[in-house]
Design a protein around this ligand. Structure first.
Ligand SMILES: *Cc1c(COP(=O)(O)O)cnc(C)c1O
Length: 360
């Protein structure tokens, strides 16, 4: 069996230990005589799985007790609509920071439901940086401030969280979920699709401060009403059972390695190997500004589209797959989520060195 090093932005690599455990339990989960894919979501086995996933999530992320953890569907993109419907109901205003495509999509969706402004944007720099923000960047009576914490496509991340005072901060953390410790109490809501760093596709996790619940617009579809989802303990309807099970295994794996502090240490180390090489390379450059660089999505380019194409094609032949940058930005992107082993990054850098030598 030859496994490749998969640098996909999502769905992406899962830890090999987790895949092996899932394989071993595939036909008969803990003596149930069934796969987790087949069992009732009301069964005692699945009840233990979803409760276990939640309590591990709380433990690993150090989530305060006054936050709800919801296991939902629809992807991060569905939350783009659910967030204004649930939270833009005080003054009816919300302030969005545009740092890439996903925050822009969220903004465009929110505009349908109220008085939404672009509080700041890094569009002028092709989203290569995070705008400087302070309290004066936001309207005092905004119901929430919205950010995308890690910009998967452009390879940037907030070096620090904006100070929004008493205004709840809502953050899309799809591509930084579980990559490093995060002070959940600084946010009103954090959420993300699981397929980047947490589990297979199909699961969306939303973590909400309880006092923000119960104020949804009357027209909010029940499936998008976070209060209804919280009251149903993520089982208002059939949840994405298998992805929740995988999420639990991933959390067990993270815990066994020392939790999010240890993840951060590994992730910083991996990103440094790649950025250090790019910074001294005469062929490759990283478009994201240094102080805003993502730990998870490393974007880089050569001077020509042809050379980029050649690099991606040769890398794929050598077993480094999905390095092509997002179709909207071109170039290359190496997504190095938790499951990417350090040697995957080391070997990629070796390959880049050889490529640079052979093509300059
Ligand atoms: C991938 C991604 C999304 C879109 O997620 P879906 O689950 O496909 O809707 C949104 N935001 C960020 C930051 C992402 O990385």
């Amino acid at each position: 069996m030859a496994r490749v090093y998969n640098f996909s932005a999502g769905p992406s690599m899962l830890p090999e230990e987790v895949l092996k455990k899932a394989a071993a339990e595939m036909l008969d989960y803990e003596g149930s005589g069934q796969s987790v894919m087949e069992m009732s979501h009301r069964s005692k086995w699945f009840d233990a799985i979803i409760k276990g996933a939640e309590s591990l999530m709380r433990e690993v992320m150090n989530i305060p007790d006054n936050y709800k953890v919801l296991f939902l569907q629809g992807g991060a993109s569905t939350q783009f609509s659910a967030i204004p419907m649930n939270f833009m109901t005080g003054s009816g205003k919300a302030d969005y920071v545009i740092t890439g495509q996903f925050s822009n999509k969220a903004y465009k969706e929110a505009v349908k439901y109220g008085d939404v402004i672009e509080a700041a944007s890094s569009k002028d720099g092709n989203f290569s940086y995070i705008p400087k923000l302070d309290k004066s960047s936001f309207r005092e009576d905004a119901d929430y401030v919205y950010i995308c914490h890690n910009n998967t496509i452009y390879g940037t991340k907030y070096p620090e969280l904006p100070d929004t005072g008493d205004i709840p901060l809502v953050a899309d953390i799809s591509s930084s979920f579980l990559s490093e410790p995060m002070d959940v109490s600084k946010f009103g809501v954090i959420y993300g699709g699981a397929q980047k760093n947490v589990a297979p596709a199909g699961l969306t996790i939303v973590i909400i401060r309880e006092d923000l619940l119960g104020k949804a617009m009357p027209l909010t579809p029940t499936m998008l009403d976070y209060k209804a989802m919280a009251d149903g303990e993520s089982m208002y309807n059939t949840p994405p059972c298998y992805s929740i099970y995988m999420c639990k295994l991933v959390l067990e794996w993270i815990k066994s390695l020392g939790g999010l502090e240890a993840m951060k240490e590994r992730n910083v180390k991996k990103a440094k190997i790649l950025y250090d090489y790019i910074d001294q390379s005469k062929m490759f450059t990283a478009p994201a500004q240094k102080e805003c660089r993502s730990l998870m999505n490393v974007t880089f380019v050569t001077e020509s589209d042809e050379l980029n194409k050649k690099f991606v094609a040769e890398a794929e032949k050598a077993g480094f797959v999905n390095l092509k940058g997002h179709r909207s930005v071109g170039g290359m992107r190496a997504s190095i989520y938790n499951a990417m082993p350090i040697e995957g990054v080391e070997k990629l850098v070796e390959f880049m060195k050889e490529f640079e030598k052979a093509n300059s």
